[in-house]
Design a protein around this ligand. Sequence first.
Ligand SMILES: *[C@@H]1O[C@H](CO)[C@@H](O)[C@H](O)[C@H]1NC(C)=O
Ligand SMILES: *[C@@H]1O[C@H](CO)[C@@H](O)[C@H](O)[C@H]1NC(C)=O
Ligand SMILES: *[C@@H]1O[C@H](CO)[C@@H](O)[C@H](O)[C@H]1NC(C)=O
Ligand SMILES: *[C@@H]1O[C@H](CO)[C@@H](O)[C@H](O)[C@H]1NC(C)=O
Length: 300
Amino acid sequence: MQLPPRIALVELLLAAAAVVTSACNIPTTSLSSNITGGFGILIQNPAYPVIHDRYMNLAVAGGGDKHLFLSPVGDYAFDLDLNTGFLEQDIIHAVIDGEYSEIDNTTKMFMTERGDPKAIFTPVYGCNPDNVTETQIQLAFATREESPVGGSICVRVASGNRGYEFRYSPPENPVLLSTPPSNLPSPTSTSTTSLPTATPTAPPTIPPTWTFLGCQTEATSTRALSSNTYANDSMTLESCADFCAGYTYFGTEYARECYCGDVFEEGSVEAAAVDCSFACAGDAGELCGAGNRLSVYSSS
Ligand SMILES: *[C@@H]1O[C@H](CO)[C@@H](O)[C@H](O)[C@H]1NC(C)=O
Ligand SMILES: *[C@@H]1O[C@H](CO)[C@@H](O)[C@H](O)[C@H]1NC(C)=O
Ligand SMILES: *[C@@H]1O[C@H](CO)[C@@H](O)[C@H](O)[C@H]1NC(C)=O
Ligand SMILES: *[C@@H]1O[C@H](CO)[C@@H](O)[C@H](O)[C@H]1NC(C)=O
């Protein structure tokens, strides 16, 4: 099984830019402004661990629109395309319009079928900030239609306990060039607990032979736990533990997937515990990983 393709959007949060040492091999060829076949967007800015390595998720809004949030809020989208620089999912595309905010001079980015000014991106090669020897494809924000060239896409805390939302900051935004206003939550004071997460209401009743190991990423080119798997909507930690009896590890992912194995395949690494935030499909009081994150238990 292949992991979905991903593209990194190296992001800005308010005024701070990521500082990345370039140590990878950047091809001299340019990339096409068309990328088809489906990809997801990983947000990267190691300077802000709370947003680093989260996906840009879509959430259904009114009128066929979808709003954009950082994972785990919203639905994972690994079916995005870039069409002459426009970011598309099926018949909707990314636009920048509405909900202008005086406090930071930014405007909302969301996805719609309608004719609002589009966001235009340019794919470029960059070095993965998590592994500076690794080349990756990044989406550089080029401009908003009908606006001066430039500007940036940022994320900031969303209203209504919905994690983080995506905003457009115009070029030379005087608000962003100065210190962020003190009445905005600063990135460092933004606690990860403001992200909606499922809180277990009762301790899991999995057999005591299993102990919780932590939250783990998928492997690079296969599943982290690749010996056996099933998925359905009655997933609980108990049913996955039963299914994986005899293996050293079991892990639940994306609320409804169960994986078993005796080793972690290459590339699977420990992730922040807060990443594993999806309630299990069959028991809302238990946590079953997230997108690309496994809640892992060990029998040894
Ligand atoms: C991108 O795709 C569009 C059609 O969706 C096509 O008109 C355009 O020529 C393509 N551009 C490149 C650079 O391939
Ligand atoms: C970093 O990337 C290089 C090049 O893709 C790869 O060979 C290496 O295994 C990676 N290191 C880690 C720790 O993932
Ligand atoms: C917003 O940014 C633009 C620069 O792109 C600037 O002309 C304008 O004055 C700013 N508005 C506020 C309220 O800061
Ligand atoms: C879910 O899968 C497990 C393991 O294969 C099976 O025992 C259970 O009956 C399934 N439940 C549903 C509702 O399909």
